[in-house]
Design a protein. Structure first.
Length: 255
């Protein structure tokens, strides 16, 4: 519904602001969809979430603030008072929301289909393995991260060089799947491409016990063609050790 009414049929953007400043996160930007397209914040919480599933308790970043950022332009709005238990879109962040959201197409088979790093309790060792064996995936995400919190780039396509060629990472929107097709004579190729492009799903983590909604480890993931698939961890992108490492605090510290 959002894409049908949005400019260029784009899917909703990723989070740009928290309640007080620019943040940039792999989370749905509720400022773009609440309340017109998403009117119940409870849908952002998995019933088995480790962070809890009561919106009043989980989304509490504005409870003790007299004003918060209320739109994607960074404008402030008054809250209901201090304290309050009202829901404000800025409260949805990666510490409480149950679901990762990928606002760009990350389905580059030549990059994401490479082997995962061997399991290791030291995340830095897995980062080093990726840098040696799949630097392209590091480059891909390193080019994406700065755009999450940049107001002029958060909603735009961009081109990056993975070390071997220039690639374009498209904002999710209707029709981009045609750019992923290699066999233009195959009439089912477009549908196949949509079914491979991940959009949103449970978080993956290097810490299975603390951050997985579905123990012993797996995720429900929504794809661009609207089908949902449960993928055991480690499985295919983005439910694999590579994505878990790319979301770790350790890699954020490096890049």
């Amino acid at each position: 519904m959002y894409a049908n009414e949005a400019k260029g049929e784009r899917f909703p953007p990723s989070k740009l602001y928290n309640c007080t400043e620019l943040s940039g996160e792999f989370v749905l930007d509720c400022m773009a969809v609440y309340p017109e397209y998403l009117n119940d914040p409870a849908v952002l919480l998995c019933p088995s979430a480790t962070t809890g599933n009561d919106p009043i308790k989980v989304f509490n970043k504005a409870d003790n603030r007299a004003q918060v950022i209320g739109d994607r332009a960074g404008n402030l709005v008054q809250t209901a008072g201090v304290p309050n238990q009202e829901f404000y879109p800025c409260e949805v962040d990666d510490s409480g929301c149950s679901y990762l959201y990928l606002a760009w197409n990350t389905w580059f088979p030549r990059i994401i289909d490479r082997p995962d790093p061997p399991e290791n309790p030291d995340v830095d060792v897995m980062i080093d393995w990726l840098m040696a064996n799949n630097p392209q995936v590091i480059i891909m995400l390193a080019n994406l991260y700065p755009r999450l919190g940049n107001p002029t780039q958060n909603d735009e396509d961009f081109t990056f060089n993975d070390g071997t060629q220039n690639l374009t990472m498209y904002r999710l929107r209707e029709g981009i799947e045609r750019f992923m097709i290699t066999d233009i004579n195959n009439p089912s190729a477009s549908a196949k491409a949509q079914s491979e492009i991940p959009v949103s799903g449970d978080w993956v983590s290097t810490d299975i016990g603390q951050e997985f909604n579905h123990v012993p480890g797996g995720c429900n993931f929504l794809y661009m063609d609207s089908h949902v698939e449960f993928i055991r961890f480690p499985g295919k992108w983005p439910v694999n050790r590579t994505m878990a490492v790319l979301q770790s605090e350790e890699i954020m510290d490096r890049f």
